[in-house]
Design a protein around this ligand. Sequence first.
Ligand code: SF4
Length: 400
Amino acid sequence: MFADRVLSGMRPTGNLHLGHYHGVLKNWVELQQQYECLFFVADWHALTTHYDSPEIVEKNAMDMVVDWLAAGVDPSKAVLFIQSKVPAHAELFLLLSMMTPLGWLERVPTYKDQQEKLTEKDLSTYGFLGYPLLQSADILIYRANRVPVGEDQAPHIEFTREICRRFNHLYGKESGFEEKAEAAIKKLGSKKSKLYRELRNRYQEQGIESALEQAKSLLDTQQNLSMGDKERLFGYLEGGGKMILCEPETLLTKASRMPGLDGQKMSKSYNNTISLREDPERIRKKIRTMPTDPARVRRTDPGNPAVCPVWQFHLIYSDDETCKWVQHGCTSAEIGCLDCKAPVIEKVLAELEPMRERARIYEEDPVLVRNIIADGCEKANQLAEETMRDIRSAIGLNYS
Ligand code: SF4
């Protein structure tokens, strides 16, 4: 019913590194070729955990957008914006909070997990409990039906789907819905009306999913129906009311294999990162001093790549031939660890070079970045407002 639309956001928590590139940004760059994409700086989300240090948020937000642009996110293809510049996110969050059972929020797996992990912070706050609902508002306000997330975040999308269904169930029942839906069916023309009714019956009476899909495809191709009528007929198929919000689907992203310099997951908190705009000399030094197989003390000792963080980098960056060279050279002690690290250094630098180039343009002209963001915020506000109009009207908050 609604156009395919992707939404994804990132908290502004500092310079982005290779973990972000391989885990998120590379995927964004691909997605922007296939879908209408909205990418946002989740600054309100950052405050749910960093409410006591808000000063970092603004600076990090601007730097982060430069990193996105450097990585190849293209503002002519995707809308880039800042969450707090689109106040409708907060309005929808508030409205959704009225109908969200407390137990649903307490059951979100990351709620307890994060509280236990981030022990240095007091996260027994209303904002922290509510952050999955803020995420739901972020998604639902754009009627984004594709949300790229890793497996750990999939429960948040499921939660959003439940919120969406609850909302549509509570507020999608406009007065005279059935009559309006019946009138809309007639507008399909006699043949298609008949087909629509048959498919609806098959789905509702026998639960045949393919009939539902076929009916949806039929509606998708109807040019002569208004958006309101289409929404009614989509809702009528499943027996409910008008669909106001759109259920998002998870676009599961493969877990990133990007390890840190010490072999753990690359993360700022482990101090094992390579930033996207890091100076090449520092990168060389960082890789040259990476730990290796601890049992390989002398150059003449054979090593074991399986326990070496450098090998993890080869798995990402090196071709088969180089990997074979490492396996053989390491286990036979024919190569030293510095020899082994050389191709990794070259590959990492080659990957980051075009990013540094692109970033330079924006670093030299910060107004350019501000304009991109301002433009994105304007577009995001327009899209959000379209949904909010329907929401206010459905709830009965249209004081006009
Ligand atoms: S030769 Fe390479 S894989 Fe082997 S221990 Fe040294 S750095 Fe690691």
